[in-house]
Each structure stands twice: as structure tokens, then as C-alpha cells.
Design a protein around this ligand. Structure first.
Ligand SMILES: Cc1ncc(COP(=O)(O)O)c(C=O)c1O
Length: 503
């Protein structure tokens, strides 16, 4: 049974008021009304994707820059809620959301309202060099916005531009902290240190390392790239630091049926971390810090267990290395908690937690001992963006008022059980359903099939994304409701049925 709700056009953002939408809602989810009245009732596919207009724009863009990663050109005036509209008029249910960075859907009316206020427009227009000339409301904004959702136990925050530069700068905080410990609390820099750092030599430019994991993705800037190991094309031809790279757990699914093997996998990886820390100490390149994603995302959606992260934190402490949890992709709510590491029951907070994507601007929470004592040691011109804080403030308000972390939990359950049914129905095609909240993935049985599933979903009006070699990942907005999940599962079932028939 289907219920149709009509909403007054005035409930819509101005850019959409010329349209009358009807909202179709599955009866079994009738208690869960749309978070965003006015959303399209489902995907609409009018052309092949990319369609003719997208193709034309792509040829224009390609004449200017490398654009072979472009999938389609979007119409951001018309995109709304969980639906991305393209320039050819195709309306796609978006479970990829700009590589996991749209928290409350497109053109949320409350976000559009923000820039009807003069004061907010002035904040946008007069972008400050925050490290030198912050506006008078900046300390309040940090307290009321970023610190209002700080991971438990972390009360300091540094704002940055993107995920890569957040990790990259956080590495500097870890190195400065590590050298500070070695040098002693109040020791001065020596003239030799000051001179040698100017020509990239020891002792001023010390040999220190960051331990990272195989399959990790922490960004593409020069330092962060040395900790990225998801795809060779990201790294090829770029000089890299000699830093240790340990194995990250690769579990067998379903988790509950493979507890013994998966515990052994955790222990094997932790032992490797310790061996590498000891090896690099002997090599004269000690490990100052460890960086890890709670769920390796770009590398194929590989989660680490609570126990793995508890043990990792213990190893870091034992060896005097800092622990940085990279929540660039997992942060901001998609796992059902604001920060994924909050699932882990760690005995104390991680030393640093980096963020970007759903948080609108980059940055990191850190313990006070990681805040440098001197100016300009971690610094750049913008150091974040107050315009993005205005948007983030409204997003956090929406998350709270609309109870979206609860929605993530509920929708996550619908998606997980639906995907598990599909893996039972099509075991030769998909397997290994995993993840937390709506931060979910499954494996296609081959790389070729991964491509076929993604293309099949696109043809049916679902924008999804792959990761690693075989995974299909779900990264919907936090406003993705159980009835959106059912539309997605329906489309996926159709794709799998059609694929099976081709075999
Ligand atoms: C876990 C993680 N860290 C860092 C980054 C890099 O972020 P950005 O692309 O904003 O530089 C990403 C991007 O996908 C990511 O997923």
C-alpha cells in the first residue's frame, strides 16, 4: 500500500518552489515521515548516465583539466534531500553523497535560510586568516559548535581545510610532541638544530616516523600520502617516507560465526605493529605516532574490532607513540555515533581525532599536550573557514532536533538485514555484509562484478560507490530513512536478479 502526501510549495526552498512534489511513502514505514517534505518519490531515469548534456560538459572540462574521474554533471539547484539531480534531468537516489560528505541531504531548507541573514553573508564574504585576525565570535563558535560534539575527553581543536591537510598537520603535532618529550619540558632548541632544519638535516629535521596500515587512506598530500596504501595509482612516482606499514585486520564474515579466526587476526596484526615499532626504533626512525581509520574506507571498507583498537591503544602507550584516529570519513554520525571510535570502549581518549567531509571543514581534536607552545609551528592562511562553521552549526542542530543518529541506527538495521537477505539469495554474487549504522558495505564476488553492480544501480537511478577491489559501499546522508533503504534494496535486488540471469 502506498500513501501520498502533498506538501505546500512554500515548505520548499525557493529554488524548488516552482515544482509541486508528491511524496510517496511505503505504508509499512508510515510512522517515519520524510525528514524533508518535498523529496521526489523515487529515482527517475530519463537518459543513459552520463546523458548528452553531461557528455558535452565533460568534453569542455576535459579540454581544461584532467576529468576522467567525472561521472556526471549535477544540477545543484534542483537536487533535493536524498536525491541528486543531474543536468540531463535524471533524479538519482544518492547513497554515495559526494564521497560521504552530505550530512542532511541536498538543499536542506534550514541550510538555505542561513544565507538570508546579512551577518552570515558578511562572514562568507570576509574570510579571515584565522590564525592572525579571527572575528570576535570565533572562540564562541569553536566552543558552541565544534567542541559541542568533541569526542569525550578532548577539549582542544585545530581547524584546517580538508581531510588530507588535517592528517598532515596532525602529524606535525605528533612530531613536535615527540621531540618535546625527548628534549625535555623546558629545554631550548640548540643552534645546531636551528641551522640543520634549514637544510633538511638531522638533528633539526629528525628521523621520525608514523606507522600506518596496509589498505589505509589518509589523503593525497605529500606527507599524508606516505600513510596511504589503498591504490597504487595514488602513490606512483611520488617520493615517500620510509615509514612502517602494518597489516590491518581482514575479517571473515559473518563476524559472529568466525570469532576465533577474527580474534587471531587481530592478534596477528597487533603483533606486527609491535614488531615494526621495535624494528624502526633499531633503524633509527622511531615511531612517533600511529594513524588508523576506525573502518578503512577507500581501501575496501575494512572495519577494525573494538578489541583491535583497545590493543592498538595499549601498544601505542607502551611504546610512547601517539594514537591518531582518522575520522574523516567515519565522523559526523554515519555509524550511529558522532565518532566511530566511541563504539570502541577505549580506556582513554585517542590523542588526536581528525575530521572533514560531513563536518564541512577539516580539523582535529587533540589532547592539550599536543598543542604546540609556539606560534606558527602549525599554521596556514585560512586555518579553516567560519562560513563552513555557520553551516555546521545548523547541521548539528538538525541532527539533534531530528534525532538523526537514531534514524541512522534504524535505517542501518533495515539496510543490514536487507543486505544479509540478498547475500543469502545471491551467494554467488555478493558476500561479506559489514559495517556500522548506515556506514555499510558488501563485497561483489569479483572486481568485474563490482563494476557491473555499480553500473546496474546507476541505470536504475541509484548513485552508489565502490571501494577497494570488490566492495560496494553505502554512504547515505543521515536523513536516509528506512523507506529510502527499501527503495535501495529493491533496486539492488533487481540488479542482482538481472546479473544472475546473464551468468
Ligand atoms: C579516512 C580518510 N582520511 C582522509 C581523507 C582525505 O580527505 P580529503 O579528500 O578531504 O583530503 C579521506 C578522503 O576520502 C578519508 O576517507
Amino acid at each position: 500500500m502506498v500513501l501520498i502526501f502533498k506538501f505546500p510549495a512554500t515548505a520548499l526552498p525557493k529554488t524548488l518552489q516552482h515544482k509541486t512534489f508528491s511524496f510517496v511513502h511505503q505504508y509499512r514505514n508510515a510512522t517515519k515521515l520524510a525528514a524533508l517534505p518535498g523529496e521526489p518519490s523515487g529515482p527517475v531515469v530519463k537518459t543513459e548516465i552520463p546523458g548528452p548534456k553531461s557528455k558535452q560538459l565533460l568534453s569542455e572540462l576535459s579540454a581544461i583539466q584532467q576529468s576522467s574521474s567525472v561521472q556526471l554533471f549535477a544540477d545543484y539547484q534542483k537536487s533535493f534531500g536524498n536525491y541528486l539531480t543531474d543536468v540531463d534531468g535524471n533524479v538519482l537516489l544518492d547513497v554515495f553523497t559526494q564521497i560521504s560528505s552530505v550530512p542532511v541531504g541536498y538543499n536542506h531548507p534550514k541550510l538555505l535560510e542561513l544565507f538570508q541573514k546579512q551577518e552570515n553573508v558578511k562572514t562568507l564574504v570576509n574570510r579571515p586568516a584565522l590564525g592572525v585576525f579571527p572575528g570576535e565570535d570565533w572562540p564562541d563558535k569553536l566552543k558552541n559548535v565544534l567542541l559541542s560534539v568533541a569526542p569525550k575527553g578532548l577539549r582542544n581543536v585545530t581547524t584546517m581545510m580538508c581531510g588530507s591537510c588535517s592528517n598532515e598537520n596532525a602529524f606535525k603535532n605528533m612530531f613536535i610532541w615527540y621531540r618535546g618529550k625527548q628534549r625535555g619540558e623546558n629545554a631550548e632548541f640548540t643552534p645546531e638544530e636551528l641551522q640543520s632544519c634549514m637544510i633538511n638535516q638531522v638533528p633539526g629535521s629528525p628521523k621520525l616516523s608514523i606507522l600506518s596500515f596496509k589498505g589505509a587512506f589518509h589523503g593525497r598530500t605529500l606527507g599524508s600520502l606516505s600513510t596511504t596504501h589503498s591504490k597504487d595509482i595514488h602513490k606512483l612516482d611520488i617520493p615517500a617516507f620510509d615509514w612502517p606499514v602494518a597489516s590491518f585486520p581482514r575479517y571473515k564474515y559473518p563476524l559472529e560465526e568466525n570469532v576465533r579466526e577474527n580474534t587471531a587476526e587481530d592478534d596477528k596484526c597487533i603483533a606486527e605493529v609491535e614488531e615494526l615499532i621495535e624494528l624502526y626504533a633499531k633503524k633509527g626512525i622511531p615511531v612517533a605516532g600511529i594513524i588508523a581509520e576506525p573502518i578503512q574506507a577507500e581501501g575496501g571498507d575494512n572495519p577494525g574490532s573494538n578489541e583491535f583498537f583497545q590493543k592498538l591503544q595499549n601498544v601505542a602507550k607502551k611504546h610512547g607513540a601517539a594514537l591518531l584516529i582518522d575520522e574523516v570519513q567515519t565522523g559526523g554520525g554515519p555509524t550511529g555515533k558522532m565518532w566511530c571510535h566511541e563504539h570502541f570502549n577505549l580506556s582513554s581518549p585517542p590523542d588526536i581525532v581528525t575530521f572533514s567531509k560531513k563536518m564541512q571543514l577539516g580539523g582535529y581534536y587533540l589532547k592539550p599536550e599536543f598543542v604546540p607552545k609556539l606560534a606558527y609551528r602549525v599554521f596556514n592562511t585560512w586555518m579553516g573557514d567560519p562560513g563552513k562553521i555557520i553551516i555546521l552549526e545548523a547541521i548539528l542542530d538538525i541532527i539533534k532536533k531530528e534525532n538523526l543518529l537514531q534514524t541512522v541506527e534504524e535505517t542501518g538495521k533495515v539496510l543490514t538485514s536487507g543486505l544479509k537477505e540478498l547475500e543469502k539469495e545471491f551467494p554467488e554474487l555478493i558476500n561479506s555484509v559489514r559495517g556500522r549504522g548506515t556506514f555499510l558495505a558488501f563485497n561483489a564476488s569479483s572486481m568485474k562484478l563490482q563494476g557491473q553492480i555499480l553500473a546496474g544501480l546507476k541505470k536504475k537511478g541509484v548513485q552508489s560507490g565502490g571501494c577497494g577491489e570488490q566492495a560496494v559501499r553505502l554512504r547515505p546522508a543521515l536523513t536516509f530513512q528506512p523507506y529510502h533503504a527499501n527503495i535501495f534494496l529493491d533496486k539492488l535486488r533487481q540488479v542482482l536478479q538481472e546479473t544472475k540471469q546473464m551468468f
